[in-house]
Design a binder for this molecule. Sequence first.
Ligand code: GDP
Ligand code: MN
Length: 363
Amino acid sequence: MKLPEHKAKALLAENGIRIPRGHVVDSAEGARAAAEDLGPAVAVKAQVASGGRGKAGGVAVVSTVEEAAAAADRILGMELAGEIVTTILIEEALDIVEEHYVSIAVDPSLGRPVIMTSDQGGVEIESMTSTIEHTVVPVWGLELTDPITATLLTAFDELDALLIEINPLAVVRDVEAGRELVALDAKIELDDAAAFRHVERFAELDEDEAAGGTEREQAAAEIGLRLIELDGDIAVLANGAGLTMATMDAIVYAGGAPANFLEIGGDAYTKATPALELVLSQPNVKSLLVNFCGAFARCDVMTAGVIEAWTALEPDVPISFSISGTGQDEARDMVRSRLNIEPYPTMAEAVVAAVGAARGEQA
Ligand code: GDP
Ligand code: MN
């Protein structure tokens, strides 16, 4: 998950790194009010996923409340790297003396985090690469004397981040504190594969997305399952995003319409009972298709989870299985012996059966 600047900065502040005071707004009037509170000199900054906003006109530093409103008016609705600006961050404009650069990112070829620092940060960093110092973080023990880098490395580790970048890390002239280091811009990317270790944080950071979901989708997300509700009448349990999408296509191709889909790969099979409850609780569901294709994922383990859930819930809808790959023979035998159902030999046949069952046709 890539965090927008204001959320990334909030995380930095949580870790004791100084950030400018600021407000997130979505209108020129909001910008005016923010500038009255923080300024009048403020930075007006487009909140989009891409970098390079400064050069593209997505950042304005202004000195009056009127200018803040005008800059907000200009930046809102702007297209930056294909994204329309709908939110802006208004921050107190600080007196910048120097702009530095610091980042920690996982280097996939090394399989280790790499710290990069430069005292020549800012919007020209791409042409300043020769000034960047690289430090590969060893598996054990790296003594960092610089307090900001040390703080960032701890945060990087604790957050399971893939990237933390501060550019510029500004030296500002501060009336009270003299010279101060402030994060003027921040990019943070968290590892989705580690979301299970940060359930609350992900739910909190993901609030926009979660707020857009249906009640069942949110309930699923709360227990770490990914459910998407649709308009059709066939519920789908499949393992892996690719197979799930292929199953959707196959259902439509066979003349059916999916009611929802829930990916039950990974360790989600241990949540088979709530998963099944969720997909079947949609009132329009008339048939259930279980499509497993195992390579690393074991079909017998996933199938056992579904059978247990099915026996516990005893739902009153027809179910069609397609099971191929690792552990398929054991899995198919389990379906036969415990549910008294014959699994289909191919995915295409299971899909056709599920579509037919939704129409009330007998298998
Ligand atoms: P990016 O171009 O997307 O990386 O956007 P940044 O947030 O890094 O902003 C670009 C540039 O705007 C920075 O390098 C700063 O020079 C300038 N800038 C950003 N915030 C402030 C601020 O609060 N005060 C001042 N004076 N300049 C700022
Ligand atoms: Mn920047």
